[in-house]
Design a binder for this molecule. Structure first.
Ligand code: FES
Ligand SMILES: [Fe+2]
Length: 356
C-alpha cells in the first residue's frame, strides 16, 4: 500500500498530511492539452487531457532519469506523453509504451497514476492507496457549477503549513482585525459562536449569527444594502480539504420564511480548498459564489478583487506565523479560548483521520 509520505517533520508540526483522501489539485479550467504540474502532499503530479477530454493524473517524474514530464521539451503526441530528455513515451494510464534504442519496454516502466475526478469545477486527486479511492467520499461544493449562481475564484500559494489555514478559516473572529475595511466589522469578533461536530459524516460546523450588524464594504458594495444587516456565517468543514462558508446577508431583522424560502436575503457561498503542497506550504484555493447580480460584471470584478485582497491578507499573516513557528524552541504552549472551539475540533478530527 502506498501512503502519503509525511517526509521530514517541521518544527511545531501538529498535523502532517492525511493519507487516503481526495484533495483539490486544480480548477478544471487549468487542465488542458498543455502539460500541467502541481505538487500535492509532497507528490509531483502531471495532469493533462486526452484527445477525448478526460483528465489524467500521473507522476511528474520520468522512470528513466527523473526528468519532469511537465518540463519542456516533454510534450504530448495524441494520448501519449513523450519525455523531453530521452524520449520514454507513456500512455494516459502512465504505462510506458516506447523507449529509445530497443523494442522491449521494461515491465516496470510505468508512472504511478492517480485516481482523478472532475467535480464542482475542481480536479480532485486521490493521495494514498488507490484501492480506497472509490469508497472515500469527495465532499461537494455544487454552487461552483450550478445555474443560478455566479462564481469568481482563484488560488494563492501559501508558504505555511495547511493546519495554519485550517485554524484561520475556522475562526472568523479575525475578520474584525485582519480584514477591517473589507469583510470585518466589530460584531464578528463580539458575537459568540456555536460549534458542532458530526463524527460519522466527518464534518465540523461553526456558526455565528449576527442579528444586527454593520454591513462591511464587501457586502454593501455587492448587494447595495446601505443600512444595518442580519449576517449569518455558517461554516461546514470537511477535513482535510473542503471548507464551506454559507454566508447570509439581509436587511436587519429580515429572516427566512417558515417554509425555508429566503427571497429577501443575499446568499454567498465562500469555498476554500486547503491542499497541502509540502509539509510547509499550501495551495489556497478560494471561490465566491453568489445568487444575486448574476450578470453584473462590475460586481464580479469587485468581489474577485476584494476577496483576493482578503486572501492575501491571510497569506501574509500565515506566512509570518510559519516563520515564527520554524524559529521557536520546542514546547511553546498556545492559549486557546472560546473562539477556538471550531479550530480545535478540526485539529482533533484531522489527527484521528491521520492516525487511524
Ligand atoms: S529521463 Fe525521461 S527518457 Fe530519460
Ligand atoms: Fe481571513
Amino acid at each position: 500500500m502506498t501512503r502519503c509520505d509525511p517526509g521530514h517533520k517541521l518544527r511545531g508540526m501538529t498535523t502532517a498530511f492525511v493519507p487516503d483522501q481526495w484533495y483539490v489539485a486544480a480548477y478544471t479550467r487549468e487542465v488542458t492539452r498543455e502539460l500541467f504540474t502541481r505538487t500535492v502532499c509532497g507528490e509531483s503530479i502531471l495532469f493533462w487531457r486526452t484527445v477525448d477530454g478526460a483528465v489524467t493524473a500521473m507522476s511528474d517524474r520520468c522512470v528513466h532519469r527523473r526528468f519532469p514530464l511537465s518540463e519542456k521539451p516533454s510534450h504530448l503526441v495524441g494520448d501519449t506523453v513523450v519525455c523531453g530528455y530521452h524520449g520514454f513515451t507513456y500512455g494516459a494510464d502512465g504505462v510506458c509504451v516506447a523507449v529509445p534504442g530497443q523494442s522491449r519496454v521494461p515491465r516496470t516502466a510505468r508512472l504511478r497514476s492517480y485516481p482523478v475526478v472532475e467535480q464542482d469545477s475542481f480536479v480532485w486527486v486521490f493521495i494514498g492507496d488507490p484501492a480506497l479511492a472509490a469508497t472515500t467520499r469527495i465532499p461537494r461544493a455544487p454552487w461552483l457549477d450550478l445555474p443560478g449562481w455566479t462564481v469568481v475564484s482563484g488560488m494563492e500559494p501559501l508558504a505555511a503549513r495547511a493546519s495554519l489555514l485550517v485554524d484561520n478559516l475556522l475562526d472568523l473572529s479575525h475578520e474584525t482585525y485582519l480584514h477591517g475595511g473589507y469583510i470585518g466589522t466589530p460584531e464578528v469578533a463580539e458575537t459568540p459562536i456555536t460549534t458542532e461536530v458530526d463524527e460519522e459524516a466527518g464534518i465540523v460546523y461553526v456558526s455565528r449569527h449576527m442579528a444586527d450588524a454593520a454591513c462591511p464594504p464587501f457586502y454593501a458594495n455587492s448587494t447595495g444594502i446601505t443600512g444595518r444587516i442580519t449576517r449569518w456565517q455558517d461554516i461546514e468543514y470537511t477535513p482535510p480539504c473542503l471548507y464551506l462558508l454559507h454566508s447570509r446577508i439581509a436587511p436587519a431583522g429580515v429572516l427566512p420564511n417558515e417554509d425555508g424560502s429566503d427571497p429577501d436575503a443575499f446568499h454567498v457561498e465562500v469555498v476554500y480548498a486547503i491542499t497541502p503542497e509540502t509539509e510547509g506550504s499550501t495551495h489556497d484555493f478560494w471561490a465566491v459564489a453568489r445568487d444575486f447580480a448574476l450578470d453584473d460584471e462590475d460586481v464580479s470584478d469587485y468581489l474577485a478583487k476584494s476577496n483576493r485582497t482578503v486572501v492575501l491578507q491571510d497569506v501574509a499573516a500565515l506566512d509570518t506565523l510559519e516563520k515564527v513557528i520554524a524559529g521557536e524552541p520546542d514546547g511553546y504552549q498556545e492559549l486557546s479560548i472560546n473562539i477556538d472551539t471550531g479550530g480545535l475540533a478540526a485539529r482533533r478530527m484531522i489527527a484521528r483521520m491521520r492516525d487511524r
